[in-house]
Design a protein around this ligand. Structure first.
Ligand SMILES: C[S@@+](CC[C@H](N)C(=O)[O-])C[C@H]1O[C@@H](n2cnc3c(N)ncnc32)[C@H](O)[C@@H]1O
Length: 257
């Protein structure tokens, strides 16, 4: 099985797992407010992202947005609530089961189904929209899985002039100790991935992402954005006291796996 097939299979299993839902606590820890989460159907609250790009978006009625690797459509639905009644929030994912789940979630949300659109596509092949379409492109925990130089060029192409690209991502600030790195690499190579819906499993999956070399190195990404032509680049680490406390809380909640 190729690495891509393996990752895709993991997300298909996750999409079909109906017990992975209503994960409000995890999503609050990654930056969503209870007011946002209360507006979403439980199946859209999977807690598989790693931040909340919505906090950095200034969405207005009538805008068009695109979410890359939209999963169950969480950020698409929140965008649609802001851009309705005249705007459109689009989500793309390469796992058809995720897109089915996202479409059902849009149906289960009051009044915004018509302001959403979902499609199956592999973003590493391209973003299949014409030029200058979107006011915002967002991504939540998906860029680390993508061919970033190619996808950044595509994002630049589909954004309207003056549009914004906002993403949250697994980011490595410094190298892991070698023994931890070796252990996680071995776990990834042997396809050992905890299936649990608990915080410990989630944290472990994030570490594997880091160990297999997919984590974004912040400064490299900023350079790449500059090379691609993005003008103003802003980086925000979860460095506030409250966010550090949240991460600590997540780690304290670890169960055995
Ligand atoms: C960590 S999940 C995040 C899902 C969603 N953004 C959220 O916050 O809940 C990553 C998503 O990216 C999708 N994905 C990964 N690689 C992709 C690719 N090459 N093309 C399209 N989608 C991809 C996966 O199927 C999965 O749904």
């Amino acid at each position: 099985m190729t690495e891509t097939d393996f990752v895709k299979k993991e997300y298909r299993t996750l999409a079909e797992n109906k017990t992975v839902k209503d994960n409000k606590e995890i999503m609050e820890l990654t930056g969503y407010t209870s007011q946002q989460l209360d507006k979403l159907p439980p199946d859209a609250v999977m807690g598989i992202g790693c931040g909340n790009p919505m906090t950095e978006c200034d969405l207005q009625s009538g805008m068009r947005t695109l979410d890359l690797g939209c999963g169950p459509g969480t950020d698409v639905l929140l965008s649609a609530m802001k851009v309705a009644p005249n705007g459109l929030a689009v989500g793309v994912d390469y796992v058809p089961e995720m897109i089915e789940r996202a479409k059902q979630n849009a149906k289960d949300c009051q009044d915004i189904e018509d302001n959403t659109n979902f499609g199956v596509a592999d973003l590493n092949i391209g973003i299949g929209f014409p030029d200058n379409q979107f006011d915002y492109v967002t991504a939540n925990c998906c860029l680390c899985l993508l061919d970033q130089p190619k996808v950044f060029r595509e994002v630049m192409r589909v954004l309207k002039p003056g549009g914004h690209f906002v993403f949250s991502e697994v980011t490595l600030k410094q190298a892991l100790p070698k023994e931890v790195d070796d252990l996680l690499k071995e776990a990834f190579e042997k396809h050992i991935v905890p299936k649990g819906n608990d915080v410990a499993s989630k944290v472990f999956r994030v570490y594997i992402t880091v160990a297999k070399g997919d984590a974004i190195i912040a400064l490299e990404t900023l350079n790449l954005l500059e090379e691609t032509g993005f003008q103003t680049r802003r980086l925000r680490f979860p460095d506030t006291y409250q966010e550090q406390m949240n991460i600590q809380k997540m780690l304290n909640q670890r169960r055995s796996w």
